[in-house]
Design a protein around this ligand. Structure first.
Ligand code: HEC
Length: 125
């Protein structure tokens, strides 16, 4: 019986940890980490950091899932902001493939505009 209780406690702990991992705040921290890496990559001419930052961002563009369904219109705005981030990441990747760092950093700037636009929307909820 004691063994069973321990197993149940372990399972519960794992489930809670997984839930905490998949939250809007963990998505946001990862997005922040991604844009920071890209910023450092541009400043230090490091493609490795830029590419890593891009991967980190693309893994976390489903953050709208965690937003309330109650205000559908605002949820759509948030969804579109995240879709725009994906589009801008794609144009950044294309520019990087052509070694066009001007276009790439411009696309990076658009990503930051998308972050701010969504925050301006959701923080008035
Ligand atoms: C879907 C809309 C949306 C987009 C797009 C978005 N965020 Fe957020 N962000 C939120 C919400 C919702 C919160 C949590 C509530 C709050 O802090 O107002 C948040 C919170 C944060 C936080 C604070 C996390 C904490 O520790 O409390 C950071 C940092 C952050 N976002 C960074 C970013 C970055 C960087 C981007 C762009 C790559 C971004 N966000 C794009 C909606 C968004």
């Amino acid at each position: 019986m004691k063994f069973f209780a321990k197993i149940m406690a372990a399972l519960l702990f794992t489930a809670l940890a997984a839930q905490a991992e998949d939250s809007i705040i963990s998505n946001m921290k990862a997005l922040q980490n991604g844009v920071d890496m890209i910023q450092k990559g541009f400043v230090n001419n490091s493609r490795v950091l830029i590419d890593e930052g891009i991967r980190e961002i693309m893994k976390n563009t489903k953050a709208y899932k965690h937003l309330s369904d109650k205000r559908k219109h605002l949820k759509n705005v948030a969804y579109n902001n995240l879709k725009d981030i994906e589009k801008n990441v794609k144009s950044m990747t294309l520019a990087l493939a052509k070694r066009d760092y001007h276009a790439a950093s411009e696309a990076y700037g658009h990503i930051l505009v998308n972050c701010a636009a969504c925050h301006a929307t959701v923080r008035k909820w």
